[in-house]
Design a protein around this ligand. Structure first.
Ligand code: GLN
Length: 493
């Protein structure tokens, strides 16, 4: 009997379409796997009935000879940042606990329209702020991987840590993620899976709980480059409800996948060779260069001179936007309301926000409010926005010389839970290779490159010019074919 949980998007969709098995069989297998893996804490809410309902519809449509969608029969996990009608949407916060939206996010609706079903709402760092999933109000997620010879529980990355853990543990064939400054790519790298953040504006932000609106972008997390291409196509497209949505056709990324890189040039940014980067990360970067050469690409060194300012600029811009976006949680309209006896409106705001937000969220609101305050706006926010433009220009200049950029995804492999929790700066450093592409709004992907000496996955990052997801996917495919990454976390599959 097929173990359905080992199958990815394409294998499930094609198997259902060919009548090799039914969508209901697949949904039941994943529902059972989700229930068995409760100790990972990957889901905040499970919705087995939703997965079954969607599967029944796909099976009925097939029986009636109807055209099936590109995700037909594929049950997925939905990051709990996407509004789902009638199903708790908490952003892993206390302040939104119990909030059941009256509407569906554009991206999730597109996935359901393509025939996908929902296994549940995936855990994340609270309001997507974090790199380890430890800021969730609903407790941390466990990375299904363990270092060889150690029993320590590792972080699955963040903020899409429930998504990464679920896909790596084979309890979901794919999941949605969102990436503001690395939240798809870093967790993908920490768990040996593939994830792509498309060009800013490809996926509608409508119905996604906002963190930093000029950076937030949704994307797929799956087990292969091809699966990511299929799912990204289903998620993308113009949406009049999002004023920053790209009014462009969605290319046929999956059908155009081509790992032959003859005539393509890959850029290696010299500023990413940072002091203190783990030797094994540098070695996997060299492997990636060799693989892309083997695929026919020319490799050149490129310069992104403002790289060292990207992280500080991100940690000004992102909190600034967050402080504004999170002002809406005031106890009046959403979720939690803390109304002390005899309190007035101001007291209610203060009490609700004090009780409803976690420490990291409060830290970001404080930083954001400070950098936007009249006395410091020019010194911090305006400066950071100037740096952001310089970083965009760095990439534009680099892409005059190359078609795609290859870099590590993260400076280290997965770290243990608790390791960075008291040191926000160490935690923020995780994003050092991820945030430049976010600030520039560029498509970027992480693909598994191998295991380090402790048996933990490492990821390689591909960054492309705006709108050229295809270049990223093609180079990613060339790496995937050569890395031969078949390792899985022990026990969890
Ligand atoms: N780790 C980064 C942060 O905490 C990125 C988060 C994200 O991309 N949502 O801001």
């Amino acid at each position: 009997m097929t173990d359905f949980t080992q199958l990815g998007i394409k294998a499930i969709r094609d198997g259902v379409a060919n009548g090799d098995f039914t969508a209901v069989e697949v949904a039941e297998a994943f529902n059972a796997a989700v229930a068995d893996a409760a100790e990972l804490n990957a889901f905040i809410v499970t919705t087995p009935d939703y997965a079954l309902e969607a599967a029944k519809k796909v099976d009925a449509d097939r029986a009636a000879g109807k055209q099936l969608g590109s995700m037909a029969g594929v049950p997925i996990g939905m990051k709990d940042l996407f509004a789902t009608r009638g199903v708790q949407t908490s952003a892993a916060s206390h302040i939104l606990e119990g909030f059941k939206p009256e509407y569906e996010s554009t991206v999730s609706q597109k996935l359901w329209d393509a025939g996908a079903g929902m296994l549940g709402k995936l855990n994340l760092d609270q309001f997507a702020m974090g790199s380890s999933n430890e800021t969730s109000y609903f407790g941390n997620v466990a990375n299904p991987w363990k270092a060889r010879g150690s029993n320590a529980t590792l972080a699955p990355g963040g903020s899409s840590g429930g998504s990464s853990a679920a896909v790596a543990a084979r309890i979901a064939p794919a999941a949605t993620g969102t990436d503001t400054g690395g939240s798809i790519r870093q967790p993908a790298a920490f768990t040996g899976i593939t994830g792509i953040k498309p060009t800013y504006g490809r996926c509608s932000r409508w119905g996604i709980v906002a963190f930093a609106s000029s950076l937030d972008q949704a994307g797929p997390m799956a087990r292969s480059v091809e699966d990511c291409a299929i799912m990204l196509e289903a998620m993308s497209g113009f949406d009049p409800k999002d004023s920053t949505s790209l009014d462009m056709d969605v290319p046929a990324w999956a059908a155009s996948l081509d790992a032959n890189l003859k005539g393509k040039t890959v850029g290696i940014p010299k500023e990413y060779r940072m002091d203190g980067t783990d030797e094994e990360i540098l070695k996997s970067w060299d492997d990636g260069i060799a693989w892309l050469k083997d695929a026919g690409a020319d490799v050149v060194e490129v310069s992104l001179p403002h790289t060292k300012y990207a992280l500080p600029a991100y940690y000004i811009v992102a909190p600034a936007e967050a402080s504004s976006n999170l002002a809406r949680y005031d106890g009046v309209r959403y979720g939690l309301r803390d109304l002390p006896d005899g309190a007035g409106l101001q007291d209610m705001y203060a009490a609700t926000r004090a009780a409803g937000f976690g420490d990291e969220v409060k830290r970001r609101i404080l930083i954001g409010t400070y950098v936007l305050s009249a006395g410091f706006y020019d010194a911090y926010y305006t400066q950071a926005m100037k740096v952001r433009t310089l970083i965009q220009k760095d990439f534009e200049a680099a892409f005059e010389q190359c078609d795609v950029i290859l870099a590590p995804t993260t400076p280290t492999a997965a770290f243990a839970l608790g390791e960075n929790v008291d040191d926000p700066l160490a935690m923020y450093l995780n994003d050092v290779f991820a945030v430049p592409a976010s600030l520039a709004g560029l498509p970027a992907m992480s693909v598994p490159a191998g295991l380090n000496k402790d048996g933990l996955p490492l990821g390689l990052q591909l960054i492309g010019p705006a709108f050229d997801e295809q270049a990223v996917l093609n180079a990613g495919l060339a790496i995937e074919q050569r890395a031969g990454f078949t390792a899985k976390p022990e026990k969890w599959w």
